[in-house]
Design a protein. Sequence first.
Length: 71
Amino acid sequence: MASRLLNEFEASEFLGMSPATLRSWRCRGTGPDFIKMGNGAKAPVRYDQTDLEQFIARSRHVPSVRAAYGG
């Protein structure tokens, strides 16, 4: 089954952050992968929902105390 492409507002809602944060991340080259639908500054941007889920998984951190004791 193909994953869904989300616009910037849907993606920001999915991640629980503002669209401005996603724009900032794109400009800095960080954050989740995105798809630019064309050329130029006004070309729409889309996020593959699977990429967003993988970004969340990669962002998971184990507290150092738990990691040290395996708990």
